[in-house]
Design a protein around this ligand. Structure first.
Ligand SMILES: *[C@@H]1O[C@H](CO)[C@@H](O)[C@H](O)[C@H]1NC(C)=O
Ligand SMILES: *[C@@H]1O[C@H](CO)[C@@H](O)[C@H](O)[C@H]1NC(C)=O
Length: 303
């Protein structure tokens, strides 16, 4: 799978999702605020873009949620097809929608810079968006979360690995384990990872994660991983590899303690590996398992 195929596949998906949203009741809800670009949010070495949604009624110490689009998407498009805006209005959350430097770009999940704490890549810019939002809106530093689809899901795992000090929990829809896409180049395409050929033990994956922020000895964010069992763009093996990675970090043995059928919805099975890790396997679902905003915000403890 070449990068251009992924873009084509995801562009098609984007059209389908937009069409499906037409006539949906969510469109009749009026957004009370609007998505606004913020220019100077801090050090931004890779030139990524920050968009912010701040509801009119904000609690004193709001939670902050970073939302990351797939390749070939924009912040505005992803914002428009998800329910995060309405949920932010209802629950008083600050939303940050990141956007890659050029339309069509994927997130950088492959360079040394992005895979290093304050290393100067996309991850640094995203961390500075979070720091900016916390400062500006008196956000609650213990309730900062990250989520995304596809490339944004890979970046979600990278943010959890590179900035465990910032995030309390993460929810990703059809990504890859942090570090799996490493190529040593910016926005590289790792076909071995995408093809399911990179497999490690839980200990090896955990060491990869810890190397991204050497010396950090605090807690890592709780992790929720979605993947479809007929995904042909990011191989189905990535589900187990992600589960191994975070099991290694949390000291779990990687076998489910609990299995919940049709959870959180039809065709989905939820495996609970421990308090800090769950995996949701989509039956007959390809790339991507669609974002479930309610489930992500429930995992974050907001709903
Ligand atoms: C994932 O791991 C489970 C056991 O934990 C195994 O039954 C399953 O076949 C694995 N899936 C893949 C795609 O390797
Ligand atoms: C999304 O998650 C909620 C629970 O958090 C569940 O009630 C709902 O059915 C899910 N939607 C889908 C489409 O799976």
């Amino acid at each position: 799978m070449r990068f251009s195929n992924l873009v084509t596949a995801l562009t098609a998906l984007s059209g389908a999702k937009a069409a499906a949203a037409v006539g949906d009741e969510r469109d009749q809800l009026v957004k009370r605020a609007s998505l606004t670009q913020v220019q100077n949010f801090g050090d931004n070495p890779s030139g990524i873009k920050m968009f912010l949604y701040v509801p009119d009624n904000l609690p004193e110490n709001p939670a902050v949620v970073l939302v990351l689009h797939a390749c070939a998407w924009t912040a505005e498009a992803f914002f428009g097809t998800t329910r995060y805006g309405q949920l932010a209005d209802e629950h008083g959350i600050v939303l940050i929608f990141g956007q890659t430097p050029n339309d069509g770009d994927c997130w950088d999940v492959s360079s040394d810079q992005t895979l290093t704490h304050d290393g100067g890549g996309d991850s640094t810019g995203l961390a500075n968006m979070v720091r900016y939002a916390l400062d500006e809106y008196n956000g609650d530093p213990s309730r900062v979360f990250v989520t995304g689809e596809s490339s944004g899901a890979m970046m979600t795992q990278v943010m959890a690995a590179v900035y465990p000090d910032l995030f309390a929990a993460a929810s990703e829809f059809s990504g890859e384990p942090a570090g799996c896409f490493y190529t040593g180049t910016v926005r590289g395409w790792n076909s071995d990872c995408a093809g399911g050929q990179i497999q490690h033990t839980a200990e090896e994956w955990a060491a990869t994660v810890r190397d991204m922020y050497p010396g950090y000895d605090g807690e890592y964010p709780r992790m929720q991983v979605f993947h479809g069992d007929v995904d042909t763009i990011l191989h189905v093996n990535s589900f187990n590899e992600s589960v191994k990675e975070w099991s290694g970090i949390f000291g779990y043995d990687g076998t489910p303690l609990e299995t919940l059928e049709n959870n959180p919805g039809a065709s989905l099975t939820k495996y609970i590996y421990g308090d800090r890790l769950q995996g949701i396997w989509g039956h007959g679902i390809g790339h991507v398992v669609p974002t479930n905003e309610t489930e992500a915000l429930t995992w974050f403890g907001i709903l």
